[in-house]
Design a protein around this ligand. Sequence first.
Ligand SMILES: C[S@@+](CC[C@H](N)C(=O)[O-])C[C@H]1O[C@@H](n2cnc3c(N)ncnc32)[C@H](O)[C@@H]1O
Length: 245
Amino acid sequence: MIEWADRVSIDLSLQQIPRNKRSIEKIHADENADLLICLKERLEFYPVGKKEPFFFHPNSAAFRTKRPLQNDPLIAISGLKRGDSFLDCTLGLASDSLVASQWVGSSGKVIGCESHPVLAYVIEQGLKRYTGMPHLDEAMNRIVVVSSDAVSFLKKLESNSFDVIYMDPMFTEKITEASNFIPLRGSADYGQLTEQWVAEARRVARKTVVLKAHFRSEDFERFGFARRVRPNTKFHYGVISNTSK
Ligand SMILES: C[S@@+](CC[C@H](N)C(=O)[O-])C[C@H]1O[C@@H](n2cnc3c(N)ncnc32)[C@H](O)[C@@H]1O
């Protein structure tokens, strides 16, 4: 664990301090800094003022990957096929990327972009180390995490170099059931979609650009996504099809 903590502090250029059995509240008070705790099995991120940690776990991918994947709304709406490449511009907990990765299989490719560097690191390490769901091991290992803002990353990519490009920015509306993200309220990137982001995604996508947003969001219409209404759900998907470009 100490070796791992050494590695983490070098990778992220963070100061390493011994816990000395202190509570999270006490360390927050002593250090006045966000905390990344190295435990035997995982990293836990506690932004200042938060008592609940953010850590990697398969989240909704745990149950979604036990159902027929072709019926999963993200898979059905995106037109993603086995062997395809999938770029997730807003990795978060990587649940959507995991579903896509399980579906595209060993001949496919999944890259997830996350602009919050600590979050990107926690998820990258989690995808490598998590052992609780063996049926997802390969899918987890396949996901390449890129710690970067999505637009800067898209700009470096060749045109038509990914089959599907996906974005799921933070909702600005409060969503009660999105409890896995509660520790990140205030630290995650709340940046919203821009013309430039959508234009870059359209340039790089071969098949589709997919947006997930709150059902009240006007971004679908504002940026030209065909909205797929999902009755009784708090979020909708929208799609821009690039197949005729
Ligand atoms: C709603 S969450 C995504 C959840 C994700 N789809 C999942 O399945 O767990 C949005 C995430 O995208 C990140 N994010 C927001 N804007 C971004 C951007 N421009 N580039 C990269 N990451 C971004 C946020 O920090 C946050 O972690």
